[in-house]
Write a protein that binds this ligand. Structure first.
Ligand code: 13P
Length: 240
């Protein structure tokens, strides 16, 4: 399975900061040992796509609506992302689920629409601390995959990002044992559902924990938040 190193910039970096980042990142991007994907905020997408043209860097949006156009004030269109030159859309990040009320049903529509446009959905799944402590992790992930992929095409590209909610932005990374066990479970669920997809780990990934985590079974790369905002820290992760 190919390795993917993905950067979720969340609500960081203006268009000017985005251009400046890629100008220096392009000088080191050839060192990456897998595919590079960046998710800038929607308003910085055009700056990102323009600046990475001709490089080995892929761009995606952090979200899109389940329709390409229409009376949906404030939403973003995957069709526009495609026209700008983007290849990926992040779907169902835990911040979208928790802060903006995204349901598995809406997520399933988005996954299918993105695939139909010829872009790759990167579907995020993950349990809360409460769910892990109650030993519900398997059931939560199984439900998120079953419902989130209900309308997906098994023959089209798909990437899964497993991000335990309690590890996001907390500095509390999952242990290698937890990552090994959970990625093996996610792989098993996907296989049972008939999907083949790289499974990325996300949640407080840093240059110092990346080598141990990438060595775990069914870990095909990372989805990185905080440590992706600086060229040096992200390229260290992308060269493990
Ligand atoms: P951190 O790497 O900052 O924990 O964020 C992870 C994340 O949410 C990536 O989507």
């Amino acid at each position: 399975m190919k390795k993917i190193f993905a950067a979720n910039w969340k609500l960081h970096k203006t268009p000017a900061e985005t251009r400046a980042f890629f100008k220096s990142f392009k000088e080191v991007s050839a060192k990456a040992t897998g595919e590079l994907v960046f998710f800038p905020s929607a308003i910085s997408l055009e700056a990102a796509c323009d600046t990475v043209k001709g490089s080995n860097i892929h761009i995606g949006a952090q979200n899109c609506y389940a329709q390409n156009q229409g009376a949906f004030t404030g939403e973003n269109s995957a069709q526009v992302v495609k026209e700008l030159g983007g290849d990926y859309i992040l779907i169902g990040h835990s911040e979208r689920r928790q802060l903006f009320g995204e349901t598995d049903g809406l997520i399933a529509e988005k996954v299918a629409m993105v695939q139909n446009l010829g872009l790759t959905p990167m579907l995020c799944i993950g349990e809360t601390l409460q769910e892990r402590e109650a030993a519900h992790t398997f059931r939560v992930l199984e439900t998120q995959l079953l419902l989130g992929l209900a309308k997906a095409d098994k023959s089209k590209p798909l990437v899964i990002a497993y991000e335990p909610v309690w590890a996001i932005g907390t500095g509390k990374v999952a242990t290698p044992e937890q990552v090994a066990e959970t990625h093996t479970d996610v792989h098993g669920i996907l296989t049972k559902l008939g999907f083949t997809a790289p499974i990325l780990y996300g949640g407080s990934v840093k240059a110092d924990n990346a080598p141990t985590l990438i060595a775990q079974p069914h870990v095909s790369g990372f989805l990185v938040g905080g440590a992706s905002l600086e060229v040096d820290s992200f390229i260290k992760i992308a060269t493990v």
